[in-house]
Design a protein around this ligand. Structure first.
Ligand SMILES: Cc1cc2nc3c(=O)[nH]c(=O)nc-3n(C[C@H](O)[C@H](O)[C@H](O)COP(=O)(O)OP(=O)(O)OC[C@H]3O[C@@H](n4cnc5c(N)ncnc54)[C@H](O)[C@@H]3O)c2cc1C
Length: 416
């Protein structure tokens, strides 16, 4: 089959790779001039089953409402009239029960663990390095109260098969000597040894090169998808800025923009953009720099060690498709990073970036056939798309082939 994959982020590129390995002729259509120039460009770098807890939860409901007035929170809501945001919010609120949170978390954890194995197998097979470290990730808390509440979520993940270690501040610093300077600010946390870190842009660019050199995948860069040419229950072609590109099947992997396209063709695809900010800083003093990835849960800050750089990430902001940023957007993030790793980096040398998480109301990605006989979705990976991309691509290729997937697909396969 000739399969069109729309979007060359980490999700679309991974899907293209698995589809091409199955012998399909694959064409990837991407509006930018290279792979991973959307959200996959500069995320926090965590490949983290430990971060599989769904965002919608009873606690998130309170945080979401508090964000309407507390401007210093890691979650920000810019109020404006946007029917899609209103609808998304209502559906998000509907997922904020403990039962829904747990059901969504189960599915995400299963996919994240599977995907971690897929990323490792794929990078070894394609001989790709991406500043990866397979040493685990630390999730830590500032106060005894937040520690007690937060570890409940991790205990739940542990019951579902994620190995974790509860750590006090001494053990935390033993695992991560880079946190010694902030030891007395931290109450304790959780170490997730299966979690890992790596540069998703480097991975995606190199995977795209492998796909094109070794698997014959054609990348149409600088080409914008404008619509679909449909005929009854089939899609005939993607209509692009370079004309119509025909295919036997089409996969939508356009990250935050997926919902905009899908909704035009009657697909229930409530992907909404949730903005986040990252700063990437070169390391100046190795002694105080992190070697593992981590999440400062009370300050909503995630970080990872990427070669001789530290990537710091924060904030979930509901601001539509606005990807702009100002230096002041990074002030708190850089301050927290400096407090955790004093002297490790010079904030004046930070590379600043903002991107949009393609977020579903239930935090579960959408994978499977939708509305048309030959239209597939692989999108909506939200806050853990780097973690779940490879496993999603493999699952999608299995569904296209009509094969039994290696992963239990319950709750994962989209049906419309
Ligand atoms: C601040 C921040 C931190 C994060 N940290 C982590 C983390 O630590 N771990 C983790 O697992 N995940 C993390 N994420 C989430 C993760 O980065 C995303 O889920 C993932 O990158 C989504 O990949 P994607 O391929 O679906 O989207 P994208 O990377 O956005 O790819 C979609 C592609 O489609 C293209 N496209 C869109 N519209 C069109 C069109 N009309 N025509 C042609 N092409 C089009 C875009 O240009 C883009 O290249 C983070 C996200 C943010 C914002």
């Amino acid at each position: 089959m000739k399969i069109l994959v729309l979007g060359a982020g980490v999700v679309g590129t991974a899907a293209a790779c698995y589809l091409a390995r199955d012998g399909h002729e694959v064409v990837v259509i991407e509006r930018h001039d290279a792979a991973a120039r959307g959200t996959s460009q500069s995320n926090a770098g965590l490949v983290s089953p430990g971060d599989a807890t769904a965002w919608a939860s009873p606690a998130a409901l309170k945080t979401f409402l508090r964000a309407l007035w507390d401007k210093d929170l890691g979650i920000k809501v810019r109020l404006r009239f946007d029917p899609h945001f209103l609808l998304w919010s209502l559906r998000f609120l509907g997922q904020c029960t403990m039962a829904r949170c747990r059901a969504n978390t189960d599915v995400k954890l299963r996919l994240a663990l599977y995907s971690r194995d897929c990323i490792n197998a794929l990078s070894e097979e394609a001989a790709i390095t991406y500043d990866q470290r397979r040493q685990g990730v630390l999730y830590f808390f500032r106060s005894k109260e937040s520690l007690a509440h937060g570890t409940d979520n991790y205990r739940y993940l542990a019951e579902r098969g994620l190995p974790i270690e509860l750590v006090d501040r001494d053990r935390l610093v033993e695992l991560e000597p880079g946190l010694a300077g902030a030891k007395h600010e931290i109450a304790g946390g959780v170490y997730s040894p299966l979690d890992q870190t790596g540069d998703s842009r480097m991975f995606t660019e190199r995977l795209a090169a492998h796909c094109s050199d070794r698997l014959g995948v054609k990348f149409l860069f600088g080409t914008t998808v404008q619509g679909l040419d449909t005929d009854g229950d089939r899609v005939r072609a993607a209509i692009t800025s370079a004309g119509a590109v025909s295919g036997d099947a089409v996969v939508i992997s356009m990250g935050p923009e997926s919902g905009l396209l899908g909704r035009r063709y009657g697909i229930d695809l409530p992907v909404y953009p949730v903005k986040g900010y990252t700063a990437t800083v070169p390391i100046e003093d190795e002694t105080n720099a992190p070697s593992l990835g981590g999440v400062d849960e009370d300050h909503f800050l995630a970080y990872s060690r990427l070669g001789n750089r530290i990537r710091l990430a924060a904030t979930a902001e509901f601001a539509g498709f606005d990807r702009s940023h100002r230096p002041e957007d990074f002030a708190k993030l850089l301050r927290t990073g400096r407090d955790l790793f004093p002297g490790a980096f010079d904030a004046r040398r930070a590379e600043l970036w903002a991107g949009l998480r393609p977020m579903m109301p239930n935090s579960v990605p959408v994978i499977g056939r939708a509305r048309f006989k030959n239209l597939y979705l692989d999108t909506g990976h939200g806050h853990v798309g780097w973690t779940m991309a490879a496993g999603s691509g493999k699952l999608l290729a299995d569904l296209v082939a009509g094969r039994r997937p290696d992963i239990d697909p319950a709750g994962l396969v989209y049906r419309q």
